[in-house]
Design a protein around this ligand. Sequence first.
Ligand code: GLU
Length: 389
Amino acid sequence: MTQKRTIVVKIGSALLANQELLTPRYGFLQRLLEDIAQLRAEGTSVILCSSGSVALGLRIIGETPQSAGVSDKQAAAACGMPLLLNAYKQVGHEFGFEIAQVLLTLGDFEDHRRFLNTRNTVHRLLESNVVPIVNENDTITTEEIRVGDNDRLAAKVAQMVGADDFVILTGVDGLYDRNPDDPEARFVPEVEDVGLYMDATKGKSTLGTGGMETKLLAANMAQEAGVTTWIAQGEADRPVSNVLNGMRRSTKILPHPNPLSGWDSWIANRLQMAGSIVIADATASALGGDRPIRRSDVISMTGDFTRGDVLHIYDSKGIERARGLSDFTSEELRVLIGNPDTQAEQLLGYRTKGEVIRSANLVMLDNRHLLWDAPDEIASTEEPRSAAG
Ligand code: GLU
């Protein structure tokens, strides 16, 4: 059986909420959901990742986007989420489909069991022809446990369900090679290496959380998982299908020609970095087959981590070469590398082969353009960057 085409559509706050009144923009929702109904009729499964709960809830708690602090936004999200969902439900019914609310936090992606659980639920909804409306559970998330912006949240959903396309609907028609207000700015219709545009896209939107930078980070995650990303203006008739069929201007970010498997992509795309290790350049170059990273390979380490956390692996030039799941806690690894001549069993009190990261749990980053903030300790001395091909 061939799988149905699956698309994830991310909708920004400014499209959903009137900037001054902070009320739902029904006209926009009608255009969007009419298009979604049409896509569904053509056999496409659709998942929406919608912002707007904070913007819609602000009025209820007497705040504005400018005045609201973190706890105000958390309270606003609690007030706005039912308004947002109600608007989707009403308009969805007009076009003959049911919607469901899926509120996620970072842990639902980072913990593999919760990840699988979430994926099953989303697939189950799609099986029943229900359109999942995904948002971050802002009311209960704090800085440390947030994905932080819906661009990346949506990319993680696209990766999780193995989507074919990921459409980011926003207030601009796509990516420019510099600030679009600059008369010299040129539109970029297609991108292979998003890293080339990161510097040109700093800055944020007023109502939502992201800007073009977070959109490119999101597109980067999607492309690694083999998903095609489209960034387009949302104010249009048939806002999604006219992008997918090339009728409307948009920026297309190509999928990696050699996408990561589901497991590798889960390892490589974790947002929370638990720690890092440095290994010799020659060791890094020898990885990629069956060779694990052994305790004797580790030159230095940073971070507090537990077994199963993702480590970022740098070579001595500070280039990130791989990511992988640690088989030891940070305390254990510190003891192991601090006492290289003592048997691991003697140091830890249990039998172990001393493999820090097994080859099956290791993802090589050579020839990939993964974007990631380097840990401070390494960044301050070595200026690391992701390996580029
Ligand atoms: N989760 C936020 C909301 O519902 C939006 C975050 C974002 O736009 O990136 O308002």
